[in-house]
Design a protein around this ligand. Structure first.
Ligand SMILES: C[S@@+](CC[C@H](N)C(=O)[O-])C[C@H]1O[C@@H](n2cnc3c(N)ncnc32)[C@H](O)[C@@H]1O
Length: 229
């Protein structure tokens, strides 16, 4: 994998990412809505619908940020645990029944202890995607579900619109309202993600044997859904 010069390598990534999310926490939700025209809410709701778990099922939202997914999960009738490593994000979070500050690569949960997991826009921020998905598979009970959102490499037909937006507009909104460096990092960090087939294979190999990949937002966002075997 060749990374753009702006991206840290694995050794410094965890430290850089945690410090960055602490810095941008105060306006994280607002900027998310501005950057996506409110579509981020629609994408999370879609992911929650794809869980198809019984009411009051227990869902861990991994890398919960300020609780965007947790609120959507609660709205759908699930019980939720929000997990994040950035204290600044958790300090501003709302929507979960319980909060846990932890590394999602090393979850403090028993094997098969939750009915489902969600995660939004976090895969590309971890230092080891296989391990992250492996932890999801470890904590979800057999028959439980995972629904994971992240950015996607856009199709050739929409690539120019996407690059104008994410390389031109997003860093300007970020610089104006929050932290210029962070909002250059966030779109560029898509380069950490493996291609579509490899990502689906990671989920299947981890134990989500029926994994499907859906494209949302004109192909700019991917949703991986699967059932724990
Ligand atoms: C782009 S934000 C996404 C927040 C939220 N999931 C959403 O849908 O908007 C990424 C989040 O991942 C968290 N994060 C990144 N690496 C992590 C790790 N290894 N363990 C726990 N949280 C992590 C960051 O602190 C941040 O809150």
């Amino acid at each position: 994998m060749t990374l753009p010069a702006t991206l840290p390598d694995a050794d410094e990534k965890a430290r850089v990412v945690e410090a960055m999310f602490d810095r941008i926490a105060p306006r994280y939700g607002l900027i998310n809505h501005l950057m996506t025209g409110g579509l981020d809410v629609v994408w999370r709701r879609r992911a929650v619908r794809e869980l198809r778990l019984p009411r009051a099922a227990l869902v861990a939202d991994l890398a919960c940020g300020t609780g965007q997914f947790c609120r959507a999960l609660r709205h759908a009738g699930y019980r939720t645990i929000g997990v994040d490593s950035a204290a600044g994000m958790l300090a501003r979070a709302s929507g979960a029944d319980e909060w846990v500050r932890a590394d999602i690569l090393d979850l403090p949960f028993e094997r098969a202890s939750v009915d489902g997991v969600t995660s939004g826009f976090a895969l590309r921020n971890v230092v080891d995607i296989d391990r992250c998905v492996g932890e999801m598979a470890r904590v979800v009970r057999p028959g439980g579900r995972a629904a994971v959102l992240d950015l996607a490499e856009p199709r050739p037909t929409t690539r120019w619109i996407n690059s104008t937006w994410v390389e031109g507009v997003v860093p300007r909104i970020g610089a104006l309202l929050s932290d210029a460096e962070a909002y250059r990092y966030l779109p560029a960090s898509t380069a950490y993600l493996p291609d579509a087939a490899s990502l689906v294979a990671i989920f299947r190999d981890a134990g989500f044997t029926d994994t499907r990949r859906l494209l949302l937002g004109f192909g700019t966002v991917q949703l991986l859904v699967g059932t724990r075997a």
